[in-house]
Design a protein around this ligand. Sequence first.
Ligand code: TZP
Ligand code: MG
Length: 216
Amino acid sequence: MQKKSIARLQFITSPSTQSYLQQIQSVVMGGTNWVQLRMKEEKTEDIEKVALEALSFCMDNGATFIMNDHVDIAAKIGADGVHLGKNDMAPDDARAILGPQSIIGGTANTFDDIKRLADLGVDYIGLGPFRFTETKKNLSPVLGSQGYMAILNQCKEAGINLPVIAIGGLMPDDLPELFKTGVHGVAISSYIAKSEQPGATTLDLLQEIGRYSSAN
Ligand code: TZP
Ligand code: MG
């Protein structure tokens, strides 16, 4: 099996009026093919139950399913990959468990973070936060588009070609500016999850993203 490619839009679940599974169903029906199940407050057994259902839905509908934090659950259910923050399992250890085809993403706030993650073999970088967001606790300093520009330039100079995914408080108006900095794509949670119609919001976002990037 070939490793799946990294899309332009990753939807990340957030607590909202819709259940986590409903959110994933809505956005996949809205056209996105890349989702991350992020459940921070729930018990591991409850997370595993949702993950299993969400993965099954994603498999049936051609979407890539990424598990936040829980390498053990990802391994157990056969998720497409994991997203790991600075306090999670190291990416090389996760790779040893999940194997070469697994998509491993890592969180970065600086160029040094990206360099370290590149050495540890991640497949994509979640670089942020772009701006303040209530979705994540203990937020790192905001980068703004100037920050992305500077860090993406450092990546270029260092020959690091990993796909960089912008994250943190993103809204449609941010997209033209962000894609100019050289990011590969965007990860969006609350703007989609808390919208009235997450599926329709996703479709609009994908159309917008398509105007600034060559594929999704
Ligand atoms: N990591 C950095 S910012 C963030 C995460 C998980 C939250 C992204 O969610 P939102 O609601 O799109 O700001
Ligand atoms: Mg984490």
